[in-house]
Design a protein around this ligand. Structure first.
Ligand SMILES: NC(=O)c1ccc[n+]([C@@H]2O[C@H](COP(=O)([O-])OP(=O)(O)OC[C@H]3O[C@@H](n4cnc5c(N)ncnc54)[C@H](O)[C@@H]3O)[C@@H](O)[C@H]2O)c1
Ligand SMILES: [Zn+2]
Length: 340
């Protein structure tokens, strides 16, 4: 099974296949980047001939320091312009290794083998790669499309429950912004079979990304629904105690409220958003929500913010989303204060 994603320089295939054949398909001269958890569970499938760089698990590894370590490792290991960097892990490994691949010798081939639900449905497709800076998340990066994405949903069997739920947040987001029938299904609760769901989300994301690969028209920005507030929540929590999906879950709920408040979002939508999030075990509140000042400061540094005014991807109603700029800080503050 596969689907093809087009990008400015060509296209790539997203294929569903077990890990062992996926690794067999890797070209000679592959260099594998993974993290310690993934290596502990699945490291045995990596062919011995491939050099492996194992980073510490967690968002803290999406840093300039670790980026430097991986680049130096490629250099020391003799990687050349024909080498392939393989990201074997979750979104942290994918974003970091992808940025390494984008910049090593001005760019080498990159292949994704995502192992978390979040990375399978979201971060492995679309070509955005990067790291965090002290000033905020994902502030240094590039567009570097993979040459291939290999997905084995069986890798999710070792994923902790909390991480699985975390990935559901991006799936709920896809439904809310693009596919109301998906959102309705998710509002009913449990999902028995993950692969069709993953495939459906990738199709949705791929369609958006193909229309606005470099995020210039605002079309791709809809994928950031929940993320302006979500990223701020992650930041005030030091990227530790609140996971990305948990933060954007709270972000989606509050941005739905914000949308209602400023008249962009149909009244009652925040209720529907809350219902689907709850059905998937996702939070409507989290640590750090009372730190209004810090959150506002973090949002001012959001990549969508321009010249002092904030921009949000807001729902018009479930299934329809648009980028809204010029949102005044006082409206945002009011929503945060009400929630804290
Ligand atoms: N590039 C994009 O378009 C994009 C989109 C969404 C999110 N992201 C980024 O993705 C990152 C989050 O990704 P994530 O949620 O995958 O986090 P992650 O990579 O930190 O993985 C979560 C945890 O699961 C562990 N793990 C991974 N696979 C496992 C497995 N199969 N079994 C057991 N444990 C496993 C990891 O070691 C880690 O502890 C964030 O940095 C976010 O900004 C990027
Ligand atoms: Zn996200």
């Amino acid at each position: 099974v596969g689907l093809r994603v087009n990008h400015r320089f060509g296209s790539y295939e997203v294929e569903f296949l077990p890990l062992a054949p996926a690794f067999e398909r890797l070209p000679r001269g592959s260099f594998v980047v993974t993290d310690q958890n993934v290596r502990d569970h699945w490291g045995h499938v990596i062919p011995k001939e491939f050099p492996v760089c194992t980073i510490e698990p967690g968002e803290q590894s999406k840093s300039l320091a670790v980026y430097g370590v991986v680049l130096e490792w490629l250099g020391e290991s003799g990687a050349d312009r024909k080498s392939t960097v393989v990201a074997f892990g979750g979104g942290v490994v994918g974003d970091l290794a992808g940025f390494v691949a984008a910049s090593y010798m001005r760019g080498v081939q990159f292949i994704q083998i995502p192992t978390t639900l979040l990375s399978q449905v979201d971060s492995s497709v679309g070509g955005k790669v990067g790291i965090d800076l002290e000033a905020g998340k994902n502030l240094a990066g590039a567009f570097h499309a993979p040459a291939a994405v290999y997905i084995d949903v069986d890798t999710l069997s070792t994923l902790p429950e909390r991480q699985l739920t975390n990935g559901m947040a991006e799936i709920v987001k896809m439904g809310l912004i693009l596919d109301v029938s998906l959102a309705d299904e998710l509002a009913k609760g449990g999902i028995a079979n993950l692969q069709p769901l993953v495939e459906r989300c990738i199709r949705l994301k791929a369609a958006v990304v193909e229309e606005d690969e470099l995020e210039t028209t605002g079309k791709r920005a809809v994928l950031n629904f929940g993320h302006t507030i979500g990223h701020a929540l992650e930041k005030v929590n030091g990227y530790r105690d609140v996971l990305h999906g948990e933060a954007i879950s709270v972000g989606m709920f509050l941005e739905a409220k914000l949308g209602e408040r400023i008249g962009v979002t149909r009244p009652g939508t925040a209720e529907s958003v809350a219902r689907v999030l709850k059905a998937q075990g996702l939070p409507l509140t989290c640590l750090g929500l009372h730190q209004t000042e810090e959150l506002m400061q973090a949002m001012a540094k959001d990549k969508k913010a321009l010249g002092g005014s904030l921009a949000f991807s807001l729902l018009e109603e479930p299934g329809r989303c648009k980028l809204v700029s010029g949102v005044s800080a006082s409206e945002v503050k009011a929503v945060l204060n009400e929630a804290a």
